[in-house]
Design a protein around this ligand. Structure first.
Ligand SMILES: NC(=O)c1ccc[n+]([C@@H]2O[C@H](COP(=O)([O-])OP(=O)(O)OC[C@H]3O[C@@H](n4cnc5c(N)ncnc54)[C@H](O)[C@@H]3O)[C@@H](O)[C@H]2O)c1
Length: 271
């Protein structure tokens, strides 16, 4: 009998698969015998991701594509359908804060650069909406498929300095629920949409906020640790279990949820 968690042979598109968390997840899924699409914006980074993927199995595809470019996403969809004829999962991993959209320690909220605010909103909200609207067309045909979005602690909690990022991630939670309802009502209970909400993992997009160049923690980084019952940042591989669960049959009656993967950050009052 197949395990509830068996995802072998599933075709799973991972956006932002050249980054810290989504890259870790993509390689993990490939090691579970899934067929994995490494989708990201930079040719150079996709080439590097594919070099590693080659050592895991033959079931990978590197696709260079901007998650905000609907035309490029359509051609990525056609390329994947030509190659494997189906899509079973979509992990919307592209995202992250942008330095220009952060309110500096010596700035006020009134100094916020609206151009950068819009960019971070686009990347972190539309950057999951547009890929979902593109790749979930396969789910409509198959009456089966699972989307995993990336939310953040910045959605339910007020986290200083990152207004645009927080607004976008709150939008992701709403989008997750909205789309879960829409796709289930229209295409049945095989089509599911969920999100994970990572706590704090050191990655390229947040390193400068959390860590000094000598590796010690910034005041903000230390404050995160002090407010995390586990007393540490997440290890990148700790993101994989929740994603695996949401893509597998083990979560067949689960949709519209946002699962924290945060060492307890979201349940701690600080007292
Ligand atoms: N690291 C954390 O602590 C943390 C916490 C909560 C949520 N998240 C979320 O997890 C996700 C992954 O973040 P990460 O920390 O691994 O960041 P990361 O910067 O390491 O990875 C993001 C990846 O997305 C790619 N990307 C950026 N813009 C793109 C675009 N327009 N089109 C295609 N690809 C694009 C980048 O090239 C990069 O490979 C993000 O949504 C982030 O907001 C991270």
């Amino acid at each position: 009998m197949k395990s509830l968690f068996d995802i072998s042979g599933q075709v799973i598109v991972v956006t932002g698969a050249t980054g810290t968390l989504a890259g870790e997840a993509a390689r993990y899924l490939q090691r579970q015998a899934a067929k994995v699409v490494y989708l990201s914006r930079s040719q150079e980074k996709v080439d590097a991701a594919v070099e590693i993927a080659k050592c895991i199995s033959d079931d990978y595809l590197g696709v260079v594509c901007d998650v905000l470019d609907q035309i490029a996403l359509e051609s990525a969809y056609a390329q994947i359908m030509d190659c494997w004829g189906r899509i079973d999962g979509l992990v919307n991993g592209a995202g992250g804060n942008l330095f220009g959209a952060t309110i500096g320690p010596d700035q006020e909220v009134f100094d916020l650069n609206m151009n950068d605010y819009s960019k971070v909103l686009d990347l972190n909200l539309k950057g999951s909406v547009v890929p979902t609207l593109t790749f979930a067309k396969a789910f409509k045909k198959q009456k089966r498929g699972s989307v995993v979005n990336f939310s953040s602690m910045a959605s339910p909690l007020a986290i200083s300095r990152v207004l645009g990022y927080s607004n976008a991630k709150a939008g992701i939670d709403n989008f997750t629920r909205w789309m879960a309802n829409e796709l289930a009502q229209k295409y049945g209970d095989g089509v599911r949409v969920n999100a994970i909400a990572p706590g704090f993992f050191i990655a390229n997009q947040n390193r400068a906020l959390l860590q000094n160049t000598d590796g010690s923690y910034t005041e903000r980084g230390q404050s995160v640790i002090d407010n995390t019952p586990f007393g540490r940042f997440g290890h990148t591989e700790e993101i994989c279990g929740a994603i695996h669960y949401l893509l597998s049959g083990a979560s067949s009656f689960v949709t519209g949820t946002v699962i924290p993967v945060d060492g307890g950050f979201s349940i701690y009052s600080g007292v």
